[in-house]
Ligand binder design. Sequence first.
Ligand code: IMP
Length: 434
Amino acid sequence: MPATVIVGAQWGDEGKGKIVDLLAQHSDVVCRYQGGPNAGHTIVRDGETFKLHHVPSGVLYEGKVCVVGPGCVVDPELLVRELDELEARGISTADLRVSGNAHVIMPWHVAIDSASERRLGQLQIGTTRRGIGPAYADKSARIGIRVQDMLDPKILRQKFETALAEKNEILVRVYRAAPLAVEDLAERVETLAARLRPYVADTSLLVDHALNEGRRVLLEGAQGTLLDLDHGTYPFVTSSNPTAGAAATGTGIGPTRIDTVVGVAKAYVTRVGEGPFPTEIQGADHARVRELGAEYGTTTGRERRCGWLDLVALRFAVRVNGLTSLAMTKLDVLSAFPELPVCVRYRLPDGNETSEFPAHQSDFHHARPVYESLPGWEESLDDLGDLGDLPAAARRYVAFVEDALGVEVCMVGTGPDRERILTSRGLAAVAGSA
Ligand code: IMP
């Protein structure tokens, strides 16, 4: 049974958590393949809200194996807090497995992330300050500490002390920040390591076995396509690869094991952090979209910047991820607007127009959106049964996107609750199981 990838098709926060949560019902294993606690999934179940950062959304279903893959970075303090909170609310975490090859975010990564942003001043990236960039940098420099190092207290202490001695030099000399205290931190990390030990596993093998046994595997990306380190709007990106190609390496399986890639996109666009954003809404509609869509970051609480739907950027997401279908979330937020601008092309500084995402960052920075205006529906999307029940103008909006991208919209979200999703052919089919 081949695996299915769920990937953010915009700048993150597309509502992947809800889609993964829904498809997890028809899956046996859910594996996160990159990112760390910079991600935040909000899932509303029976009116109860769960905010997850590390743990895949599938944890809310009993008996689903949830995996934090080798492509992820793990903050032990935050992961343990998340596990404790889930357990306290009656959700078992017994079926969670964390790859021994995932890298650990240490306190110095968090301190350096903040210090580096402060130092960049106006040029800052607007990171989540969770230590993501510094942890991935150490991984690439081959000086990182991995989850498997936490299995052996002696190795852990040695690696911890060596790394901290160097990082304290950097904190003090480069950033003029306070050094971190070795002894207190080492003890804390040792306590956390002991707590996480039972969850550590060879997750590549686990997923391989699951696929061989015909079990259904969902591979869940965090962030989104335009935050991808290689393909996103560099340098305003995260330090890993959310795009679907990384699902194989970030899980530890071959790309031939994947046959379905579902992109998730809002019916409009949001972005947090700095960086260019051609369709960012100007004027009163901006606050309206933000309020109606409750556009505040799950991880940082920051206000999200809001924009009209950008089909140039989405076409790029279809290309670099090889999307086989698209889940469109939060269509209900647009019910308030009589007209809906949709960006179909960019106008470049030389006066030319393009429907392809610019390869050169200067072109993207100066791109101006060319809109087509579609009629709004201005009616509630409550109590609809399936996609065919959408008001005519909403159906037209969805069809316009499908035509422009050449990809089917397989799901449409019409509200925060997990029931508020319309599908074209049933969730099991979308999850790749039918
Ligand atoms: P970092 O991943 O914390 O290093 O942040 C780098 C960029 O990615 C910043 O613009 C963040 O706002 C953005 N970012 C990271 N994680 C998320 C996410 O889950 N949703 C939306 N933006 C994110």
